[in-house]
Structure formats: C-alpha cells, structure tokens
Design a protein around this ligand. Structure first.
Ligand code: KG4
Ligand code: ZN
Length: 361
C-alpha cells in the first residue's frame, strides 16, 4: 500500500509518501520566516501560502520518489484541529487527488498523528501514555491503538508551546519562540524557583500555562534590558541574564509537564511506553526529563527525533496508512475541524484487504 499524507493545519505545507510504515519521501515548505516578525502564525497569510505551495510540492514529491499518481492507494489528510482556512486548503487538495486517481480518503487527527510519528522510527508498544505538546495543544492520552486514543487531560488555556512563544515575544525574539528559548537557554543553569509551575497544586491531569505568561511578563517589565529593541534576523547568543531567563522558563515548562505526566503514569495501569510528541518535544530539557521519568517507571520512552516532532507530512501519511489498513476511511464529505473543537470519530468502516506485502488485494 502507498499512502500520501497531506499536512496544512498550521504553518507548514508538507506532503509525504509512506509505504509499509516506511517513509519514501517528503517535501515541506515552512512558513517560519513569514510569521517570525509577528511573534505567531497569522492565519490569513498561512492559508494563502499553503495554496501557493501545495500543488508544486506534490509534483516535486512524485519526481523525487519516481512514484506515479496512479500508484497511490490512500490519500491521508490532517483534518484538524488546526487553522480552519489552512486545513481547508489541504482537505481540498486531498479530496481532488483521491477523486482524480480513485484512491481511498482518510482524515487524520493532527494530534494523534504527532503521537504516532515515532512509529516511522520504531514500533510503538500499546497501551502507551501519550503526551502531546505543541503550539496549540497540551494533551495527555491513553493510547490503546492507532485508532483508539482516550483523552486524560488537556490545557485549560494556553498550550506549552504557546507559553514559550509568548515569552520569546516579550523579549522580542522571533517565532517559533520555543525553539529560540531552548537554544538561548542551553549551557545556562536554570533558577528552579524563578517561575511558577502553574496549576500543579491539584490532583487532576489538566494544564494551565496562562499564569506562567503573567509571571514572565512581570519579570521582563522589571528588567527592560532583556528585551532587544529590534527583533534579530539570525541567532544572537544569550548573555548571562537572558541565558538564565530562558533556562528558567524551559525548566518551569518542562517541570510542569513532568509533574502531570508522572501523575498520569501513576494513575494508569498496564502501560508499556511513554510517547512524547509535538513541537515542544524537540525541547532539550523536556526530552531529558521525560526520559528519566519513563525510566523510573520501567517504561520505554519514545520521542521522535526533532524533525519528526514539529509538523510534517510523514506522520500524517504514517497514521493514514495504519488507519487504512485497519479499514478506516472517509467520504468526500469529510469536514475540517478548527482548533477548540473535538475531532469526531466518524470513519467509514470497510475491510481494506491487503496481501502479505501490504498491497491492496
Ligand atoms: O507541533 P508544532 O510544530 O505545531 C503545532 O501543531 O502547533 O509545534 C509548534 C510549537 C511552537 O510553539 C514552537 O515554539 C514549539 O513547538 N517548539 C519548541 C521547540 N521547537 C519548536 N518548543 C521548545 N523547544 C523547542 N526546541
Ligand atoms: Zn502540530
């Protein structure tokens, strides 16, 4: 089976081909530079850029891999949650391609795709606890199979990545702020009491990062020297004050995630692994803390390499192929689901029969 994955839910236009769980090729156009100056993604600009880039990326991907359109059996598309205008560009491309070459269509939950991305590198043992940490979401799941995720906890306001992006914006550093804060904080010891570990003094598995933003804003306004007058184009090394600031924010976010993830691990039984994914899973402190946490529970810690943590098409193609092999698909009436709404489990169930090599029978 050959599955094409289409990802346009935020600021990356990405298309990939996967077969038998293996990546055949991928093309990504990042919009980082376009949004950098705004301190976050501008939805209107993002959807226009997807529209401008998507078809050319598709042509280039076929050329790279030498795979003809007619060989594609399944078109998988990230159908949400994400920016509505951006999702619609991907959805329409996917529907057109599926209709054009008679392939099956499967809409993929973008958050589940993040957590399944590691499957491209190694097998994910189920059941697993999944921590999804991105720019728009902070979710804890019990993962039973590629098609069955139970939501255990979520952010009540800002996501972990959003908190980092806003902190970077306060000191006039470019989007994606999380990456910037990670780089600038490296080699500096955090002050572990400088910023709060928000919403941890309770017994639940939800998150709330808005308090961290307030505390960071107060800290910066008392130290105006931290803020650059003009946003830098390239990377600028951090002095001791900025290094301490960035390392301490990294610590507050990573430690908050550790506390809630540990609570979930204590509450769940029969787990075989901890899976961490999403853009913030590229963070060096988060990776180190999660590896230690999983080891203390005797669990495998599965975190994809950083390039598979941020948005990509490979994760969509990978989960799409797994779902299609399990007999899950959608009709051409598949709808996009904007951020803040629940992605429905509205698959059409069919037996997608394959031979022993995974080719459609
Ligand atoms: O998963 P993703 O690429 O897009 C969404 O679906 O949101 O995540 C983007 C988020 C941004 O908030 C960005 O600042 C953050 O991931 N990010 C990082 C790092 N790289 C990207 N946060 C912390 N450390 C990093 N190295
Ligand atoms: Zn994402």
């Amino acid at each position: 089976m050959i599955c094409l994955g289409v990802e346009t839910s935020c600021d990356e236009t990405a298309l990939a081909l996967v077969s038998g769980g293996r990546l055949l090729g991928e093309r990504i156009a990042s919009q980082e530079d376009l949004h950098a100056l705004f301190g976050g993604v501008v939805p209107e600009l993002a959807s226009r850029e997807h529209l401008r880039k998507a078809s050319a990326l598709y042509e280039a991907l076929l050329q790279d891999t030498g795979i003809p359109s007619q060989a594609v059996d399944v078109v998988a598309v990230a159908r949400g949650p994400g920016l509505l205008g951006s999702l619609l560009v991907g959805l329409n491309l996917a529907k057109g391609l599926a209709m054009g070459f008679g392939a099956a269509l499967v809409g993929v939950n973008h958050l589940h795709a993040h957590l399944m991305a590691a499957g491209l590198e190694r097998e994910i043992p189920f059941p697993a606890l999944g921590l999804l940490i991105s720019g728009g979401h902070t979710h804890l799941y019990r993962m039973e199979s590629p098609a069955s995720f139970e939501l255990l906890g979520r952010t009540l306001d800002d996501a972990a990545g959003e908190a980092l992006d806003k902190a970077a914006k306060l000191v006039n550093r470019p989007y994606p702020g999380g990456k910037c804060i990670d780089v600038l904080g490296k080699g500096h010891a955090p002050d572990t009491g400088l910023f709060p570990k928000p919403y941890t003094a309770n017994k639940n598995l939800d998150f709330s990062f808005s308090g961290l933003k307030t505390s960071v804003a107060k800290y910066v306004s008392a130290r105006p020297g931290l803020r650059l007058p003009v946003m830098p184009q390239g990377e600028v090394a951090a002095g001791p004050d900025l290094g301490l600031f960035c390392a301490s924010i990294n610590f507050a976010v990573a430690e908050t995630l550790r506390i809630k993830t540990q609570r979930a691990l204590e509450a769940q039984s029969g787990l075989r692994a901890l899976v961490v994914a999403g853009g913030v899973a590229a963070n060096s402190m988060v990776r180190a803390k999660m590896a230690r946490l999983a080891a203390s529970f005797g669990l495998e810690c599965i975190i994809p390499r950083p390039v598979l943590c941020t948005d990509n098409g490979a994760m969509v193609a990978y989960l799409g192929e797994r779902l299609a092999l399990g007999g899950y698909s959608h009709g051409l009436d598949l709808e996009a689901v904007p951020r803040g709404q629940v992605v429905p489990h509205d698959y059409i169930r069919t037996a997608f029969r394959t031979d022993e090599c995974g080719h459609p029978a």
